[in-house]
Design a protein around this ligand. Structure first.
Ligand SMILES: [Zn+2]
Length: 280
């Protein structure tokens, strides 16, 4: 949900759309320099949470952060920003902080993964005993982006350790674009088996439910409305009916527009998902 006009607006927008949980940005997405959270902002957020009953289950880090960057200045800024993101989430009592692992920018997968693990380790050591779990998001693998293979996430998780501070967020659009084609029952089972083998399903804390405008294996990250992209409704039915996800937060990151009748597409997408929950 958008935080335009104040962080607490995301909770109010969430309630309006009928959400039980939302994901927010606490630092904006496109600038390195941001002001500190004021006590008034924290209080307004806490009040909106109590008033709406909408749980801000996850924050998503700024897209500027790249722990795998070979550039020292970017790396330094990324480390500082990630540390700040962890502290902001803690102040707002948001349990999960979602991040894309990073892009190696031509320096290779192994070095990129090592930089990411070292960077996260550094931030966790500087924020001990903070009850915020960092979730590595599965990515589409655009350009030199890492995290489109479950093996990448496994390497980072293993190097960082700290299992109580580290988990994974699965994005349906991204895994599909990365080549995990779950449109058939067999494909869905293969996806889950691969996740279990490489990472372990107990580490899967949040699911981003998005359809994909691009084909399986395209490695292009373009979100579509549920059932209107290349995945189609059936693939989402497998997720919605899987008992494994009964208590897992599902978050929409689909385009924020309206259908021809003027209905908010968040509402339409949630209706589609809830229908798929009962008949698939
Ligand atoms: Zn996502």
């Amino acid at each position: 949900m958008s935080v335009a006009g104040g962080l607490e607006k995301a909770l109010l927008r969430g309630r309006q759309a009928g959400c039980r949980v939302v994901q927010v940005f606490t630092r904006g997405t496109s600038r390195w320099e941001v002001g500190a959270l004021s006590q008034a902002e924290v209080i307004r957020f806490r009040e909106a949470r109590a008033q709406t009953g909408v749980e801000p289950v996850a924050a998503h880090v700024s897209y500027l952060i790249n722990l795998a960057s070979p550039r020292n200045d970017v790396r330094e800024k990324s480390l500082a920003a990630l540390e700040d993101e962890v502290k902001r989430s803690a102040r707002l009592e948001i349990p999960y902080l979602v991040m894309h692992p990073g892009a190696h920018l031509g320096t290779g997968t192994d070095l990129g993964l090592r930089r990411i693990a070292e960077g996260i380790g550094h931030v966790l050591r500087r924020t001990p005993a903070v009850p915020v779990m960092i979730l590595l998001e599965t990515t589409a693998g655009q350009g030199t982006g890492l995290g489109h293979r479950f093996e990448h996430l496994a390497v980072i998780l293993e190097r960082v350790g700290a299992p109580d501070r580290m988990g994974v967020c699965l994005d349906t659009c991204h895994v599909f674009a990365a080549g995990y084609d779950f449109r058939s029952r067999a494909g869905y089972e293969d996806l889950m088996a691969a996740f279990e083998k490489e990472i372990g399903l107990e580490r899967l804390k949040v699911v981003h439910v998005n359809d994909s405008r691009r084909e399986a294996g395209s490695r292009v990250d373009r979100h579509a409305h549920i059932g209107q992209g290349c995945i189609g409704a059936r693939g989402f039915g497998f997720f919605m009916q899987d008992r494994l996800f009964r208590d897992t937060p599902f978050i929409l990151e689909t385009p924020k527009d309206k259908d021809p009748k003027g209905t908010d597409m968040d509402v339409v997408n949630m209706r589609t998902l809830r229908m798929l929950e009962t008949n698939g």
